[in-house]
Structure formats: C-alpha cells, structure tokens
Design a protein around this ligand. Structure first.
Ligand SMILES: Cc1ncc(COP(=O)(O)O)c(C=O)c1O
Length: 370
C-alpha cells in the first residue's frame, strides 16, 4: 500500500548496548532442569533483606491505596541523620540506576563528554548515550588500580561528568582519599564528579571514603548510594544521591513525582536503622571474601583483592567455557566479557555454604580440564 515509515528512534539510541543482568535462579533451574542453583552474579545480599525493612513493608500494606510521598521526606530525614547532611542535599530514587539516568538528563547536552573508568558499571555509558553525549573511557592502571593522573589528563572543556565507582564494579578496587583530593582540586568545579558508593559499606580500608565528607566540606560533587547491596532490598528499588543543594535542585527537575514507591520508602527508612543487619552483612561478606580468596589460591588462580561484595578472578583463556560449565552445574556467576575481560569471572560473595559449593564445582571443573 506504499505506506511511508517515518517512525525512527533517535540516532543516539544506536549506541546503546542492552543491559545484561545476572540470570535469575528460576530461569537456570527451568532451562537446565537443575534443583540446586545458586546465584553469585548480581552482588546481592546473601543474608536476605533487612528484617526491619520486611516488618515495615508488612505494616505499610494497608495504605497502598494512597500515592507515595513525592518528597520521600521520612526517608530523606533518616538519610540526613545517618550521614549528617541536610535533607535538601538528598534525592531518593527508584534504585541508583534511576539516579544515573536523572543525572544524565539534568547535566548532559549532545556532544558533551563523560569520563568513565574502564571497566566499570555499564549504566554510566547508558546515561551518556541516551543524551547523545560521548563516553571517554579511562583504563585502570596495573591490577585495576585507579589512575588519578590518567583521569585528570582525560578532562577537556567538554567534560561534564566524571564517574568514580568506588569500590569499583567489577574490579573491587577503590580510589584512595588522597587521590580524590587531587581529582577534586584539579576539576575545580568544572565538571560534576559522581562517586558511586554502592559498595561503600563493604570497604574497610583506612584511606577509603564514600565522598560524603567532600560534600559536607562544600565541594560540588555527588555521592550515589543504594539500598540494593548491604541492606538487601534490591527488589523494591531504592537508591539516593547526596550533593550540594543546587545540584539536587537540578536533578529534581527531571524526576517523576512518585519515583520511589511507598513500600520502597518505608522499607528503606527502616533498613537504614537496622545496624544489626548491616553489621551481620559486613561480617558475612568479609569472611566470604576470604573464603573465595582461599578457593582461588588453592586452584592457583589470580584475583583482585576486593573492597566490595564480589571478587574478580582470572580464570584464563577458557573463561567462557568455565562460566558456562559453572552454570550447567547450578552456579551462576558473571562472565567478564561484558567488561572486555574474557578471561575473568566476577563472583559475588554468598553464604559460607554457597561459597563452598562454588569452590567444589570450580575445583571439579578445573580438575577435569587438566
Ligand atoms: C556500581 C553500581 N552502582 C549502582 C548500581 C545500581 O544499584 P540499584 O540496584 O540501586 O539500581 C549497581 C548495581 O549493581 C552497581 O553495581
């Protein structure tokens, strides 16, 4: 019928790679007919959700006929108290993922540049591409250590955002406080530095900082946080940003009114005060990291010491095969190819039993290969 088709997505969408999430347990069970499947692929909390968050959700169910508080004021108050910042310096979001999109929408014009450590969390690229901005990847130095001089050297007049994921997903490495000072001084307000501190609660080294002290000191930087990791409530989707008020005001302009649902607000407000669950999660993670290190040591595999709740291991040229065989035996990990690391796998810290099961399966696979 000679129909014309003028319906074309924006050109910049061609640059977007679809996000590849860790496979869910049920899918692997169904596909492979396995009974026992463990997921060590999405850096979730193996202890489960904060019990206080669960109780709060149960108590909040009867109010679901009401719209959520558009300002998430109780949650903001709880975060303000936790970090000693003002409520106006906080923006809660539908997961930290949403915050990355909102930051991009608020600050990027087509042709702007976004500095992203490489390899790192893929959503920074996504945010840049939806706005038609260019990603400027800055590789890590040896052993995936942050190279602050390389980051500074990458800054141009077009740089609008600089992402610093610390601890970094997928490497587990972090940027030392002295290097942050150097970076903040070099940038001098010319671009917004975003510290992605999604894994900050797992980082215990003395020279680690989540960046909030720089906000308290008045620097124009933003710290991003999530309730998906230490607090164990990834399923309800809550993240937030802390920054000077003028930055938060700009991001609020692109936020939908009811971006954080009621149950998520209630759960997060309770979870932030659940110090027992936070401490237990930290100690399970610390011991679990050591357990994974021992497994890799015993197999002669190298790995990167991690300040997160995951470990990046170098399994060699058979990386993809190992990843697939682990899956076929019921162990879901993340294959490094998405980060340009085809010889690596990233393994989230699980419960002691899950880590041990992973160790047994991996040992069995490698023995078979010799
Ligand atoms: C570094 C990093 N930032 C942000 C997020 C997103 O967290 P959320 O679940 O709050 O969207 C993740 C999730 O894996 C992450 O690894």
């Amino acid at each position: 019928m000679g129909q014309t088709n003028n319906i074309k997505p924006r050109k910049t969408l061609g640059a977007i790679e679809p996000y590849s999430p860790g496979k869910p347990i049920w899918e692997v069970q169904k596909e492979l007919g396995l009974e026992r499947v463990i997921k060590l692929a999405s850096n979730e909390n193996p202890l489960g959700p904060s019990p206080k968050a669960l109780e709060a959700i149960r108590n909040g169910l009867a109010e679901l006929n009401r719209y959520p508080d558009a300002d998430a004021s109780k949650l903001k108050q709880a975060i303000a108290e936790e970090y000693n910042v003002a409520s106006q310096q906080i923006i809660p979001t539908n997961g930290a993922d949403e915050l990355i999109t909102l930051i991009s929408e608020a600050f990027l014009e087509p042709g702007d540049e976004v500095i992203v450590p490489s390899p790192s969390f893929s959503e920074y690229d996504f945010g840049a591409h939806i706005m038609g901005a260019a990603v400027v990847p800055v590789p890590f130095a040896e052993d995936f250590q942050y190279d602050v001089d390389a980051l500074i050297a990458a800054i141009t007049e077009k740089t609008k955002l600089i992402y610093i994921c610390t601890p970094n997903n997928p490497t587990g490495t972090y940027i030392a406080k002295a290097d942050i000072e150097k970076l903040v001084r070099a940038v001098n307000g010319a671009a917004l530095i975003v510290f992605d501190a999604a894994y900050s609660h797992f980082a215990e080294d003395e020279d680690y900082t989540n960046g909030i002290e720089f906000i308290q000191a008045g620097y124009p930087v933003l710290t991003l946080q999530t309730f998906s990791k230490i607090y164990g409530i990834a399923g309800v989707r809550v993240g937030y940003g802390i920054a000077p008020e003028f930055i938060i005001q700009a991001i609020l302009k692109v936020k939908e009114p009811f971006n954080v649902n009621s149950l998520a607000q209630i759960a997060a407000t309770a979870a932030i005060g659940d110090t027992e669950h936070v401490r237990a999660s930290q100690s399970v993670n610390k011991a679990g990291r050591e357990q994974l290190y021992k497994i890799f040591d015993s197999l002669g595999l190298s790995y990167t010491k991690s300040m997160g709740n995951f470990v990046l291991a170098h399994v060699g040229p058979e990386g993809e095969k190992i990843y697939k065989e682990l899956m076929s035996k019921g162990v879901i990990v993340r294959y490094g190819k998405t980060w340009g690391l085809p010889e690596h796998i990233r393994v989230s810290v699980g419960t002691p039993e899950e880590n041990a099961f992973f160790g047994e399966v991996l040992t069995g696979l490698l023995a078979k290969q010799v």
